[in-house]
Design a protein around this ligand. Structure first.
Ligand code: HEM
Ligand code: HEM
Length: 195
């Protein structure tokens, strides 16, 4: 298996980025919804946001940029011709949403954090550029709340699309019995149906 993609196979770079980003996104979503439910009260939640959620989210942004460059500067396997027009539409629509969310989630979180008045740092306290000027409390903080709303609603959509994506992948494997899941899985982990 090559590191680049071909018309029939995903290469190691695309697969590694898919699974790495996929795992990070699921961790971020679960952590984020636990924040919303106030599962970790008080200073522990603040530390989790600052030391884990923010640096991991920024990591997703960097990996997503690499992934998009790789995806559009490289060949890629086509969806099976046996799929109907609406299956193709749902598959490409959901992939577009997933790519959009990988960029919009970190950027909206970053802008909300900076506009609220907190710096954004990566692991080991590495300082990152400021994307928005601090808003004073008296202004009602319109940019902070818009970015936070975007962060919330895109996350809600993303949670639904990720579930549909996983169900779709399992349907390809177990019901449609095509190669779609096997060709994205690490080599040797999933046997193509009928192989
Ligand atoms: C257990 C979880 C997951 C499974 C089983 C899974 C499975 C798959 C499979 C089989 C494909 C290949 C489609 C094809 O070859 O045409 C794919 C593509 C893709 N997956 Fe996942 N995935 C999972 C999690 C995620 C997550 C959490 C994300 C979120 C970012 C994600 C984003 C994508 C994207 C954007 C593509 C489209 C690739 C392209 O055509 O450029 N996946 N996934
Ligand atoms: C893959 C990237 C990310 C995902 C999937 C994600 C997901 C979430 C979710 C689901 C929530 C809870 C709903 C909400 O309040 O909006 C949340 C909260 C939050 N996120 Fe993110 N996030 C990501 C990246 C980031 C980044 C890069 C930052 C900042 C630079 C950030 C800052 C925050 C903050 C400040 C909160 C509110 C925490 C609280 O309630 O105390 N997020 N995130």
């Amino acid at each position: 298996m090559s590191y680049t993609n071909t018309e029939s196979e995903w290469g190691t770079v695309a697969k590694t980025l898919h699974w790495l980003i996929g795992i990070l996104i699921v961790i971020q979503l679960v952590m984020g919804w636990l924040f919303t439910l106030r599962a970790f009260e008080g200073p522990f939640q603040v530390q989790l946001v600052l030391n884990v959620h923010i640096p991991l989210g920024v990591t997703v942004l960097g990996l997503a940029a690499l992934r998009l460059l790789w995806r559009f500067g490289n060949d890629h396997p086509q969806l099976p011709k046996s799929m109907s027009w609406w299956e193709m539409f749902l598959a490409s629509g959901s992939h577009t949403y997933l790519y959009m969310a990988m960029i919009v989630m970190p950027l909206s979180g970053w802008i909300a954090t900076n506009a609220f008045g907190s710096p954004v740092t990566w692991f080991a306290g590495i300082a990152l550029p400021t994307l928005a000027a601090v808003e004073a409390k008296e202004t009602g903080r319109p940019l902070t709340s818009m970015a936070a709303q975007i962060h919330f609603w895109i996350a809600a959509g993303l949670s639904a699309v990720v579930i549909a994506h996983v169900v779709g992948a399992l349907r390809h494997h177990f019901s449609l019995k095509d190669i779609v899941l096997a060709r994205m899985a690490p080599k040797g982990w999933v046997k193509a149906p009928g192989a």
